[in-house]
Ligand binder design. Structure first.
Ligand code: G
Ligand code: G
Ligand code: MN
Ligand code: NA
Length: 255
């Protein structure tokens, strides 16, 4: 059996697991939301990262089914978390979307049906897209993003700093959140923060976006990011990607 044909059956065989990594508010380190991160538990090869199977899924035309599955599962999970923490500000969940998904007009339809099935708080489901993805076809991306935003879905620009987005376009896309790539977040070998970190935070704020720093691994990462004006952070210091039950325990233990 080829990897391709095995991947085709992975959803029905319940081999796709979604892990959730906490995104915290730096001011009090409370959980603001989670990023959904897919895994494929291959019967022989073990747990695989999306870096190893998303490209294959795109090539064999499975990315739409896979993406819809992740979106649907995450929205269902999100509504469970929100019911369990209903006296607080609703937490959010953020799902990664690949370029093939965005290029299909049906993504709007998929999102609409996922929202209809799940009863999540308006604005609490978010989508993450990389700069390189939206810059592949900026005109089309801008249209799709505007329609997604009209459905009450949040939009994050992911891995910011690693692609080549034109600042002119960045202003035109309706992103509400900018996620700074981990390569700009942690200290360098010389023990200093990359100088560009401060500029990226300022740029995001000037464009009216909240900032999430990715890959915060130490307490000093968290402290300095807060001092630099970053609202949110994600990284091993706050929690690794975990299963839905562990995420629920973390939420209900809070306060
Ligand atoms: O969790 P990990 O660091 O292994 O994720 C690796 C990459 O896979 C990240 O860039 C992430 O954005 C991407 N990724 C994770 N889950 C999904 C998913 O459900 N769909 C898509 N398209 N990409 C994902
Ligand atoms: O590309 P994207 O940002 O969607 O992917 C996030 C990836 O970063 C996931 O694969 C996740 O497992 C990984 N990640 C999350 N937190 C940390 C961290 O603190 N350090 C490192 N090295 N990787 C992290
Ligand atoms: Mn992401
Ligand atoms: Na990212």
């Amino acid at each position: 059996l080829t990897l391709e044909s095995e991947l085709r059956r992975s959803i029905e065989r319940q081999e796709i697991t979604i892990l959730y990594q906490p995104i915290v508010r730096l001011e009090d380190r409370s959980i603001a939301g989670f990023e959904a991160l897919a895994r494929w538990d291959h019967p022989k090869l073990g747990r695989m990262s999306p870096n190893e199977f998303i490209t294959i899924a795109e090539e064999i035309g499975l990315i739409v089914d896979l993406g819809t599955f992740v979106l649907d599962q995450t929205a269902r999970q999100l509504s469970v978390w929100q019911r369990a923490t209903r006296l607080r500000e609703p937490i959010f969940a953020s799902v990664n979307v690949s370029s093939r998904q965005l290029l299909r007009h049906d993504l709007i339809h998929d999102i609409r049906s996922v929202l209809a099935r799940s009863s999540v708080a308006r604005g609490s489901l978010k989508i993450e897209l990389t700069e390189s993805l939206v810059m592949e076809n900026p005109e089309h991306a801008a249209q799709m993003l505007t329609r997604i935003r009209e459905l009450g879905v949040g939009l994050s620009i992911d891995d910011f700093g690693t692609g080549h987005s034109s600042l002119a376009y960045l202003q035109r896309f309706p992103f509400d959140t900018l996620k700074i790539d981990q390569s700009f977040v942690r200290t360098t070998a010389r023990g200093t923060r990359p100088v560009i970190l401060k500029s990226i935070i300022a740029l995001a704020h000037d464009l009216g976006m909240d900032v999430v720093a990715e890959g915060a691994e130490s307490d000093s990462d968290a402290v300095e990011l807060y001092q630099l004006g970053c609202e949110y952070a994600q990284g091993y210091v706050f929690g690794e990607p975990m299963d839905a039950d562990a995420a629920m325990r973390l939420l209900t233990e809070e306060r």
